[in-house]
Design a protein around this ligand. Structure first.
Ligand code: ADP
Ligand code: GLC
Length: 485
């Protein structure tokens, strides 16, 4: 509630929105948290760019759309950038898709410079302009990652927007991506005041760092798990923003992500060949057969199937996986990996699969339906992340009775608990970030799999965890209300 007793008005400013645009977990969060917030009594709405294909996918989902009468305009780089606003109700959340020339390229640029960063600044300005077009003024702009970090900077330091009322929250889904590029001609073109570019604001080794600016400028900062909130104040996991995060710690909180448990439900999932639930696990065997067949392996094998669904980037620790390929094959397990990303990681996995064709298979690419089959058909979910802000995949795998083996870091530490603790747990964890550490946990999992009764107990433990947004939506609501005091 606000002081006047009405619901807090929050505009979610996000560049990904599942199921229409998604690269990783940010898309999932933006596609599920707002619904939970509305149920908790927050008047939340969402704004997102209509990247190529997004409006087509909205139409294909059967949602009704309307075009808002007034366009939004933003002055940037000495010209006016206009966007058409297309509204749809997504899971009961009013959602505004901005259709503009600025969003006709790839969602995320491979190289960041003034030109490739500009759509993200324009998006933030258009989000600030939206209130007039839709006649609804947010109390709080809730921004996510560097791609919307320009918005808090504009509210604090922009010639024109610093007159705009409204608070801002910067949620950090991944501090490793910061939006760094050269200051010229951005500083002149953006309309930011010259003092926005100092070592205590946006400047970072002579470059612009949008995330740093967003953290400093935002009224409050949150990140996606309590453990990561602590970790990012130390040197190792932030690529040098830890000093700023430590300095800003009084406005930082860690709120654990949840899942859309209706969407990720093995008992209702249309993308898998057989349904199952904690009460009746039979269908899982059919999913495992289908997955093994798809991989070209013997569907009748009694070997445990280890699965990974991931972006193949340094963060996720796949160098440990391909360096351990031979040892993994020796355990007798099958290893199936779905993902794409950096060439050196893809190549490492391809070589591992070529050297162990009976045991290892890579499905290269991004494939949503296949990801569901992997979660449902696997026995063990391997996620040996170097760092992990929260991680959704380990929670999804637990929903599908696939037991996680993870490194004890970030949100993995807050969601996966080792079964060999005296109080028991829902998975297998390790600390040391190397092949020996990972294999120590993976071998324990493969051995335990042979004990059917013990294994079933671990599966059920994970399947019965509460991964809904309910608790965390309440914590976000508290944060919004604290800001309104
Ligand atoms: P991150 O956001 O760092 O990528 P998360 O675990 O938070 O990691 O979220 C990853 C999300 O992206 C999950 O929903 C996962 O299923 C999905 N995902 C990752 N890689 C793929 C892929 N290759 N194909 C389909 N879905 C994928
Ligand atoms: C990021 C993180 C991941 C987190 C997701 C959603 O992509 O890498 O750990 O779960 O954002 O918050």
């Amino acid at each position: 509630m606000t002081k006047s007793g009405s619901a807090v008005k929050v505009l979610f400013v996000t560049t990904e929105l599942a199921p229409f645009s998604k690269v990783g977990g940010l898309g999932d969060v933006a596609g599920s948290l707002p619904k939970a917030l509305r149920q908790a009594g927050v008047d939340v709405r969402v704004v997102t760019p209509a990247w190529p294909g997004v409006l087509e996918s909205v139409a294909a989902s059967g949602l009704k759309t309307t075009t808002v009468k007034t366009k939004v305009y933003a002055a940037y780089d000495w010209r006016i950038h206009s966007a058409t606003v297309i509204k749809a109700d997504v899971k009961g959340v009013p959602t505004y898709f901005l259709k503009a020339e600025d969003y006709t390229g790839d969602m995320y640029p491979s190289q960041l410079n003034f030109w490739t960063a500009s759509p993200f600044a324009v998006f933030c300005m258009q989000a600030l302009e939206l209130k007039d077009a839709i006649e609804w003024e947010p109390d709080i702009y809730h921004c996510h990652d560097w791609t919307s970090a320009f918005l808090p900077c504009a509210l604090a330091w922009h010639r024109h927007y610093r007159q705009t009322s409204g608070k801002s929250i910067m949620t950090l889904h991944n501090v490793a991506y910061q939006g760094i590029f050269e200051p010229s001609p951005f500083l002149e073109a953006s309309g930011l005041e010259p003092w926005s570019f100092s070592s205590s604001t946006m400047e970072f080794y002579g470059q612009v760092n949008l995330l740093k600016g967003g953290i400093v400028a935002a009224t409050a900062v949150s990140t996606v798990s309590p453990t990561y909130a602590g970790e990012i104040q130390t040197y190792e996991s932030t690529r040098e923003l830890s000093g700023i995060l430590y300095q800003q710690r009084s406005k930082l909180r860690g709120i654990l992500n949840g899942l859309d448990t209706k969407f990720w439900d093995p008992n209702g999932d249309k993308a898998i060949p057989a349904k199952f639930s904690p009460k009746d696990l039979k269908g899982k065997a059919a999913c495992k057969r289908a997955l093994l067949e798809r991989a070209g392996f013997d569907p009748d094998t009694d070997a445990p199937v280890i699965v990974c669904v991931s972006r193949l980037v340094e963060q996720k620790g796949f160098d440990m996986v391909f360096n351990a390929a031979h040892q993994i094959a020796e355990t007798g397990a099958k290893l199936l990996i779905l993902g794409s990303g950096n060439d050196w990681i893809e190549n490492g996995i391809i070589q591992a699969a070529e050297a162990n064709p009976q045991s290892i298979k890579l499905f290269k690419g991004y494939d949503e339906p296949l990801s569901h089959l992997m979660y449902a058909g696997g026995d063990i979910f391997l996620m040996p992340s170097v760092f992990e802000p929260c991680g959704l995949s380990q929670m999804i795998s637990m929903r599908y009775g696939t037991v996680p083996v993870v490194r004890e870091v970030g949100g993995l530490r807050d969601t996966v608990f080792d079964v060999d603790r005296p109080e028991g747990g829902n998975g297998f964890t390790f600390q040391t970030c190397d092949v020996d550490g990972m294999m120590w946990a993976l071998r324990r999992a493969v051995e335990r799999y042979r004990d059917k009764a013990a294994w079933k107990k671990i599966m059920l433990e994970g399947m019965r965890e509460d991964f809904t947004w309910d608790k965390s939506a309440g914590l976000y609501k508290d944060m919004y209300e604290d800001l309104m005091q």
